[in-house]
Design a protein around this ligand. Structure first.
Ligand SMILES: [Zn+2]
Length: 343
């Protein structure tokens, strides 16, 4: 039995037909976790959909009304890049409910994983890039409304920039020079990434992403690490380490929302970075170790993953659970331990 909860529903399935987004991945992740003995049935919890009131903490009444009544314009439907249906609306409301439940359990157990969610391209007044509503933002605003937390940090490691997250949580921005720490990365980096930095409000947003990729317009996060094409494991992990250290020097969150996209993988169809499956597992372990060392609860969502072979995407997502078990249960994961000590 895992020392934390996995949030899942069969109804996470997105009814979008044949699509580059593998909507069946959620069920396959669950099946693989059970088949490999990583998780037991009792580790899973089934969420309820978010209420409209929850969704309205982030999204505009006009946009919510359009979604509920099926009255998006043709352009708004195109921007979403997934075919609108009332069933799809229900699936996104359920994913948001899953992220709320995951945060509630993360605050109790130190970590919880939503086997779904991470829809970081949704804005208050529109959806885009396969993302209808922003489940992570809804969960954060709900916890703030319930007085469970005041300050949260998002750590977005999907290969695509977290544009919706940045827009939703844009606070008072005071552009600053690059952080001193960014001038001296922890390892020699072949191709320097560009780091942008801005002052945050009550939610500090970090995004590590490929610069030459969707979305074209990248609103400022608190820390943006604009990675050049083709970055591999070692450089990526160094930049992540750097961004986490910088962020946690500037801001003391009571919750970390980790968006664990599988698409920095080198065989991803929509990504241009070059991480290995093992490197992605080390990435997850790094986030978990940093959070655990500082006693900050972590809620995880899965976001994108478009590997040529869906089983790779499923494995990468399952490894996130294994990495969390390694860090939070103290289960010795020799691969992670040996790689890290060698670094
Ligand atoms: Zn993505």
């Amino acid at each position: 039995m895992l020392p934390f909860k996995l949030i899942y529903s069969d109804d996470y399935y997105l009814p979008i037909g044949a699509h580059v987004f593998p909507a069946e991945k959620y069920r396959r992740i669950r099946d693989q976790l059970l088949a490999t003995g990583v998780a037991e049935v009792s580790d899973f919890m089934t969420p309820q959909p978010a209420t409209d009131q929850d969704v309205l903490l982030v999204h505009t009444p006009e946009y919510v009304r359009k979604l509920k009544t099926g009255t998006l314009s043709a352009r708004e439907q195109l921007e979403l890049e997934v075919p609108y249906s009332p069933e799809l609306v229900r699936a996104f409301w359920l994913a948001a409910g899953g992220s709320i439940l995951a945060v509630q359990h993360a605050l109790k157990d130190g970590v919880a994983i939503n086997i779904g969610g991470g829809f970081h391209h949704a804005f208050p007044d529109h959806g885009e890039g396969f993302c209808m509503i922003h489940d992570v933002a809804v969960a954060i605003r709900r916890m703030q409304r319930d007085n469970k937390i005041t300050r949260a940090m998002t750590v977005d490691c999907d290969v695509h920039h977290g544009n919706g997250t940045a827009a939703i949580f844009a606070g008072m921005r005071i552009p600053t020079a690059a952080l001193p720490s960014t001038a001296a990365p922890t390892v020699g980096l072949a191709a320097p990434a560009k780091v942008r930095n801005a002052h945050a409000g009550d939610v500090f947003t970090i995004s590590l992403h490929q610069q030459n990729n969707y979305p074209a317009w990248k609103p400022l996060s608190s820390i943006d690490v604009d990675l050049p094409d083709g970055i591999g494991d070692d450089d990526y992990l160094a930049w992540l380490d750097n961004a986490l250290s910088s962020g946690l020097r500037q801001f003391e969150p009571e919750l970390i929302c980790y968006i664990a996209g599988a698409d920095p993988y080198r065989e991803d169809q929509l990504g241009g970075l070059a991480l290995t499956i093992e490197g992605l597992k080390l990435r997850d372990a790094l986030v978990f170790r940093v959070a655990r060392a500082r006693g900050i609860p972590v809620m995880v969502t899965y976001a994108g993953g478009y590997a040529r072979h869906v089983e790779d995407t499923v494995t990468i997502h399952c490894n996130t659970v294994i990495a969390a078990r390694g860090v939070f249960a103290g289960t010795s994961d020799t691969t992670i331990e040996s790689k890290q000590s060698a670094k």
